[in-house]
Design a protein around this ligand. Structure first.
Ligand code: XIL
Length: 381
């Protein structure tokens, strides 16, 4: 009945939207979140200019189109726990309040990660690795303090981020150096102790790689066999125009779902700039030298490039709609193109176009295409 009602409403507003009229959109009759209702949450990474109310154009889009949010940076250890005895919850509190005020589902990103890691976390005053016991205690304090503070207000946490390499082996991070494989189950255990109702996730990039796919499936089985909670695997989804193949991404989605967890696309964006490597991954430490030929669209985008980008982005969403029974959330890594980290990663100072809304905060054609695909699917079901 609800779907039928929605289909009729969508029909009424359809023509003005497809022809680019902004009035019906700004009234909020139709939006990504409305059209994807019952399929999966549609989330967005939010920065402090948005959570603090400064970026009014960005906030308008967030409120209209998204029903979930995640912190782009403010819950990472270097921000939230800058010194061993000092937490700074200023921005994270703002973000959670913003989410609640706007009735959005809030997820926490992230608890244990080798990047944007507070410099003190794994070493002593002389810069030497701390002992096993000390690191376990530090992880426990970190996770308990943060998860405990937002208990009941955050649906779930990216407990561990980027622990598996493309070949399926463990990343040789400081956590691994000191604790070996144990650090992952320990992190999940501490997060569960701090908020037994919170969902717990493992999150990573380049998930379409066969090796990583198998490594992550193995990890899910391991956590489950230890009796630990793991609700979903987050596939970051920092896409390129020529990588990954949609079929390879699909294989990984199915492999994770078969391992008995939900799938989330947690950091969706798609660069259309030339990549220095075929598969860039998403290691935030990557930093290639700027070259003009790698920054071909500083002012505007040729129509043919824009068309190809919109098509491929729609194809990914078609895949997500096809498997919506397995997917709990799709999150876009930023609001408008000007907000995106892709403008400074993997090369600083380029102009990229990776998100669903352009620099003028206008929706790209793919937004109405996704809405139409979702509505068409509701009609056919
Ligand atoms: C990025 C942010 O978008 C940037 O603002 C920051 O400078 C670096 O990190 N994988 C992740 C995200 O899990 O947290 C990263 O976010 C992108 C790669």
């Amino acid at each position: 009945m609800k779907i039928y009602h929605w289909a009729i409403c969508a029909g009424i507003f359809w023509i003005p939207i497809l022809s680019g009229c902004k009035t019906s959109e700004s009234k909020g009759e139709i939006s990504l979140k409305k059209s994807l209702e019952g399929k999966f949450l549609i989330g967005v990474a939010v920065n402090d200019a948005q959570a603090s109310g400064q970026d009014t154009a960005g906030i308008r889009i967030i409120k209209q189109h998204f029903n979930a949010l995640v912190a782009e940076n403010c819950m990472k250890s270097e921000v939230i726990h800058p010194e061993e005895d000092k937490f700074d919850f200023t921005q994270a509190d703002r973000l959670v309040d913003f989410g609640e005020r706007n009735k959005m589902v809030v997820t926490g990103h992230n608890l244990i990660w080798h990047s944007q890691l507070s410099p003190w976390f794994c070493v002593d005053k002389d810069g030497k690795n701390v002992s096993r016991e000390v690191l376990i205690e530090r992880m426990k304090k970190h996770i308990h303090a943060i998860v405990g503070r937002y208990k009941g207000r955050i649906l779930g946490w990216d407990v561990v981020n980027e622990a598996i390499e493309d070949d399926g082996s463990y990343r040789k991070s400081k956590f691994y150096e000191i604790l070996g494989e144990d650090y992952i189950p320990l992190a999940f255990q501490f997060a569960h102790e701090a908020d037994p109702n919170a969902e717990l996730y493992y999150n990573d990039y380049s998930m379409s790689h066969e090796g990583k796919r198998e490594g992550v499936v193995k990890l899910v089985h391991k956590l489950k066999s230890m009796g630990l909670r793991i609700d979903a695997v987050g596939m970051q989804g920092h896409m390129q125009m020529d990588f990954p193949k949609i079929e390879e991404f699909e294989k990984s989605m199915l492999a994770f779902a078969n391992a008995g967890v939900k799938v989330m696309i947690t950091e969706m964006d798609m660069t259309l700039l030339p990549s220095p490597k075929r598969n860039m991954g998403a290691d935030v430490a990557t930093d290639f030298t700027y070259k003009k030929e790698l920054d071909p669209y500083p002012d505007a985008l040729p129509d043919s490039v824009s068309l190809a980008w919109n098509r491929r982005m729609e194809d990914f969403f078609k895949l997500f709609l096809k498997h919506s029974d397995k997917i709990s959330r799709v999150t876009i890594w930023g609001v408008a193109d000007s907000d995106s980290w892709r403008n400074f990663w993997p090369i600083k100072g380029r102009t990229d176009y990776p998100l669903l809304f352009d620099r003028n905060h206008h929706p790209k054609p793919v937004v109405s295409a996704i809405i139409k695909d979702a509505v068409d699917e509701n009609r056919s079901n």
